[in-house]
Design a protein around this ligand. Structure first.
Ligand code: ATP
Length: 309
């Protein structure tokens, strides 16, 4: 959780100078970050950026070439058994057997932990109570994801890793799942969230690390990332008379100019907005349907990673 001073709580996940190569190709290159207790920390990046390699190293499923990882002070490789008691991971592609019922899966996973959570409470919160006797193979994609979240939480972990949490879910199931994640955090659990969905990251994450080609290219709050991107304010309008591009080029902090039919779309900052208004007044041009909006995390993602190249 971010405190009022903007700094996260005491670190519960610490990653320093993590490196991993496959066949001589470096896919995680000097990655460092720490995640505070109760924080929702997002890891975002284009396909192949190294996100899963990073979180699977945190889970102790991959052995880094170098670097240091600590989960609540434990080494995920050397102290693997202890780490599985504090860290819950969402099953990804390793599906459960189709014939297993929801109840059987919950009972099976409860047996892995000395002090498991009451799975009845978990399924109630996750809206799965009426599916307890359903076989895994008969659940909808959303219900399967909810079950995976329940299984990740069953050991009462301090940290939970959710990788591609809502991939394949319909918008309704996605929103329901976001509420579950917020509920998990409200109970003080630290969440590491790997996602491709900007809306999800913007809504849920306290801070986000953007990873591109194995390196962290930016690490900030969602709003901080948006402000870091060039053109964090978007100004669009239809001018009553054409505006000269050379006049536009004099605008302060202008990141880009786009003409879309008779509309002008400018990206800049608050300073650009003020300057556009005085430029229009000087030329006695009216701005029809003037809109000033903040850039989204999507815009920031494209600007701050190589995804647009
Ligand atoms: N076991 C492996 N052997 C060889 N190469 C691998 C292995 N695992 C991952 N890679 C490569 O490492 C790079 C990073 O993969 P990783 O799965 O960490 O990326 P990602 O950011 O999670 O991608 P995506 O968003 O597509 O899931 C990719 O180029 C991938 O092909």
């Amino acid at each position: 959780m971010i405190t009022s001073s903007g700094t996260p709580g005491a670190p519960v996940v610490e990653v320093s100078n993590l490196r991993k190569s496959y066949g001589g190709r470096t896919v995680v290159d000097d990655v460092s970050f720490s995640v505070g207790e109760g924080e929702i920390f997002g890891i975002l990046g284009p396909n192949g950026a190294g996100k899963t390699t990073t979180v699977e190293s945190i889970e102790g499923l991959r052995v880094p070439d170098s670097g240091r990882i600590r989960i609540a002070g434990l080494d995920p490789v050397a102290d693997h058994a202890a780490v599985t008691q504090v860290l819950g991971a969402q099953l990804q592609e390793s599906r459960l057997q189709d014939k297993l019922t929801v109840r059987e899966a919950l009972e099976l996973y409860s047996a892995f932990y000395p002090n498991p959570a009451d799975w009845r409470v978990l399924v109630e919160r996750l809206g799965l109570t009426d599916r307890l006797d359903a076989r895994f193979g008969k659940l909808s994609g959303g219900q399967q994801q909810r079950l995976f979240i329940a299984l990740a939480l069953i050991g009462n972990p301090r940290v939970v890793v959710l990788d591609e949490l809502t991939t394949g879910l319909d918008p309704r199931a996605r929103r329901d799942t976001w509420e579950v994640v917020e509920d998990v955090r409200a109970r003080g659990v630290t969440v590491l969230l790997v996602t491709h969905f900007m809306e999800e990251a913007q809504r849920l994450c306290d801070r986000i690390a953007l990873i591109d080609q194995g390196k962290i290219t930016a690490l900030d709050t969602p709003q901080g990332l948006i402000s870091q991107a060039s053109g964090s304010t978007i100004i669009s309008f239809t001018p009553s008379a054409p505006l000269d591009d050379t006049d536009l080029a004099t605008l302060p902090a202008l990141a880009s100019v786009e003409h879309k039919d008779d509309r002008l779309i400018l990206r800049g900052t608050d300073d650009t907005v003020t300057a556009v208004l005085s430029l229009l007044a000087r030329h006695r041009i009216t701005a029809h349907q003037l809109r000033v909006t903040d850039a989204t995390l999507d815009d920031a993602f494209l600007d701050l990673t190589g995804a647009h190249r």
